[in-house]
Structure formats: structure tokens, C-alpha cells
Design a protein. Sequence first.
Length: 447
Amino acid sequence: MTTDPLVVFTPSGKRGRFPKGTPVLTAARQLGVDLDSVCGGRGICSKCQITPGYGEFSKHGVTVRDDALSEWNSVEERYDQKRGLKPGRRLGCQAQVMGDVVIDVPPESQVHKQVVRKAASARVMVMDPATRLYFVEVDEPDMHEPTGDLERLARALKREWGIEAIRADLSLLSKLQPVLRKGKFQVTVALHRGHADDPAQVLEIWPGLHEDGLYGLAIDLGSTTIAAHLTDLVTGEVKASSGIMNPQIRFGEDLMSRVSYSMMNPGGDKEMTAAVRDAINTLAGEIAKEAEIDPGLIVETVFVCNPVMHHLLLGIDPVELGQAPFALATSDSADSRCERAWPDGNQPARAGLYPALHRGPCGGRLRRRGPVGGARQVRRPRAHRRCGHQCRNSSWRQDPGAGLLLAHRPGLRGRADFQRAARGSRCHRGDPHRPRNQGAALSRDRL
């Protein structure tokens, strides 16, 4: 039996054994892995960048030690100093196989890059976004009435728009005074008024009348792909759509493999969280560039995902989802600020997640059957929880942009509210996608 190290490439899944000292690029070529290189292995082009994974990978039957690849050499050091390598990256032409290793080939290193297309369909709906623009004229400071600029802005919003109270983070306060004076105390503010927000939050402020638009991202965070749709919060138009492969695939091709990776590798959940957040940041920058807009105009983001991806995105260890009773950290909607959401790291975007609608780790409802061998067996059926059919009647997945306009509506607080809003109706046994009562069904278009 050969004792040569085992090399596993993701996302292709190709594997093989190679003698110690074999360059990763050579191993990739022999296995037919799609790893780019145009400089002949000189460490100049950087096309062969790879990301090695360390720890225990139960799905692949591999435990990767810290010394699985050769030490960082002078070629990589020189390239990193001149052009820079992302943390954790190596050059495939320079890194040599020294032990069993799992290697991820990122999209930018693939010759034939995978194209992820998830289009958003257009439909008529009543616009009611959580974030809106308000133009106000703020009273100038007066020595005889000592009040702060934020307080006078709040007073102007109440006087002109009937908004009772506002709040602002420190990042907004730091730019408030220069913007007010640049606009001669006439400014446009972006206010977020979510279902749980009281008072409203000032997300951004511009001098004078802002006419460059306001945008949000609707993101479908799947276990394999991440799809994003850039939506105009004023008109509801989907300006651009794009997608990438989920980089967490190198930790496991399916959700339970990723839960297992987190169980067996201390800090594994943080690795997966960092990977998916970095991918989302990259995707946000790319989609803004495609639409030719300033990334700073993207002030709100809505995510939909299964429970495991939900926890990993929020930085919550998903271990509890891998064992009965499959407890969620929270089954309510999540809403938070994401100051480091965009490439420049300063945009005060708002991020919201739909509630985790089901109790299973993959999003399916769990039912108990048994007993089996004295214990109760827990399984995840594929059937719809109401009508028993294999139904995926989710309006969000048909029109992700609509989720951005519904996710923070006042009144949508619990799981049942979001289920009714997203589904639009209850299923009929004869037709999983036909409402039982067309007249009485809650139509999403009327929300």
C-alpha cells in the first residue's frame, strides 16, 4: 500500500496520491484540476493561487496537519511584498505537497470559471421599503438656543415628515457637522425604519438634495452558490444580478459536513464565517461595479438562507444543529449593522436575515417517527409541512428583490408572519402552488 500523501482538490472533488515534494500545480495538472498558470511556474503571474485547508475533514477521510505543505519560500515572500497575497493563500507553483492535504482552488484561479446565474423575475408590487430618503432644512445653530446638530436634525424630521425620533451611530455623527455645513443646512438623510426599530436610524446623510439613488442587496446564501440582486429602493427595479460559488465548499460539500468540520476543528466555525463574509464583500463590490454605482449607495442588505448558513453568517457555531433536538440560536429575524460590509470598510449598511423558518439543519421540518431500537428516529422529510407535497413555494426565491422590500416591514415580526408574506397563500392538496382560497389568501403584492 502506497504511503504517498493524499491530495484532495475542491470544489472539483478530484483526488490522488503524490510523492512528497510534488508542487501543488503539478498535482493539479496530473489530476486534470482547473488551476490556471501562465508564467510557467516562476511565481510571477499569481494565477495559481490556492487555499490549503487544515484540520480534520471527515467527509474526505483526511486529517491535514500544519506541515502538510512546504514552508513559505522566498518567491512567495517576494510576491507578497510586491503585489500581496490574501491571508491563507499560497502559490500552487511554489507550495509542495508534504502530507495529506485538502486544497481549494478559488474562482479567480480557475481557467474555466463557473458562471452562476440566478435571475430575478419582475412583478407588480406595492413599494414599501424599510429605508427611505428624506430631504430636510435644518435650523442653523444659535447661541441663544444651545442644541446639538443631531437634535436639530431630529426636530426638522419631526416638523417636516412627522418622524418622532431618530438615532445615529458614531460613524454617522463624525460626518454630520461637515455635511450640514456643506449643504448650507439642507441635507438628505437615509432613514431605516424596521419592524423592531424605534426610533428610526440614520444610515447616511448627503449635503443638499441627493438624486443619485438608494440601493439594497437581496442575497440568496446557499450552501453551494451565493446569488445577489442589486435593487433600487426607490423604484423597485433590479439593477444587476450576480453570483459566485460559496467558498465554504472547501470545508465540506454539504451542510452536515461543515457542521462536522466545526465539531472536529476548534475555531472551524470562525474559518467558515470569515470565508463566506469575504465572498459576500467581494460579490457586493463586483455587483456595484457592474451596475456602475457607488458602493456607498448600498445601504441595506437582506439575506435568506438555511439554518446552518444562517448561523455561520452571523458567526454562531452550528454544532447544535448537528444533533437532536437541533436547537437554533434564534428563530426570529436578525437585524444588525455591518460597518465592514463593503470594500472600503466604512459604509454603514444595514443587514437583515429572514427568520429560520424550520427546525432542521437544512431548512426542513423535523418529525419524529419510531420507536426504532428503543429510541425515537428523527428524520427530515422533503414534503411541505402543511399539504404533504414536495413544495418549494417561496416567493422570495422567485423574486429575491421583493424580499428586500418586505423583510423589515412593520408588523412582520415572527416566523408565521414571514411565512405568510413570502408564500402569499396556503397550498392546496391538488396543486401545491395553487391557493385554497384565492380571495382570502394573503397576497404579497398587497403588503
